[in-house]
Design a protein around this ligand. Structure first.
Ligand code: PA5
Ligand code: NI
Length: 186
């Protein structure tokens, strides 16, 4: 007889993971020192406010293994700047990653090794191929939770220090207005 194993689940509409042990990590505003441009605005915010939570399945690590996780990024701003993840290059720079938009309205900010940036809209059903050597950050530009599923090599690791001085592009309400104009003008 074939052996049948029930796999864990992701609820597409909410990004809720179930059916296997999870690791959860919440990042609060107080953890995001030097991440937002407006330091005075950051200081005025409640440091205990949760900005995002990553839920991931507690699966094996090692060469060839893949991790699966969901980032739930709250709506909000620090000054004019939308809530976002810290963002990172992979410690092993050549390792890529795939993001899938599940709910909410956001942007994926990508920055290559030369400092060139680009944005991809994140929405339910969007598929984002993050090539190796590319830093990535999620930004919530909506008024609801942004949730995105990610799959990445367990050996990739996170390098948060390379971009600790900030990404080359910041996304504020003004950025969105400029983007809308660009789309109109073709
Ligand atoms: O693997 C990823 O790229 C994601 O799961 C991120 O780690 C997650 O979105 C949290 O962002 P950061 O690790 O930059 O804090
Ligand atoms: Ni990553």
């Amino acid at each position: 007889n074939p052996s049948i194993t029930m796999p864990p689940q992701v609820a597409w509409a909410s990004g809720a993971l179930s059916g296997a042990p999870l690791i959860q990590k919440t990042t609060h505003l107080g953890d995001l020192n030097n991440v937002f441009a407006d330091d005075d605005a950051w200081r005025c915010c409640d440091p205990t406010l949760a900005v995002y939570r990553v839920d991931m399945f507690d699966t094996p690590s090692g060469e060839g293994e893949l991790y699966t996780g969901v980032t739930h990024l709250n709506p909000g701003r620090v000054g004019n700047e939308f809530f976002m993840t810290r963002g990172h290059f992979h410690a092993r720079r050549e390792q890529g990653e795939i993001y899938f938009g599940l709910r909410g309205e956001g942007l994926l900010l990508l920055q290559d090794a030369q400092g060139q940036t680009r944005l991809e809209p994140v929405r339910p059903g969007s598929v984002h191929h993050i090539a190796g050597f590319t830093a990535h950050r999620l930004i919530n530009i909506g008024s609801d939770m942004l949730s995105a599923l990610a799959v990445w090599p367990s050996v990739a690791g996170h390098d948060y220090t390379a971009l600790s001085g900030g990404f080359a592009l910041r996304v504020t309400a003004d950025t969105l207005k400029l983007m809308a104009k660009e789309v109109q003008n073709g």
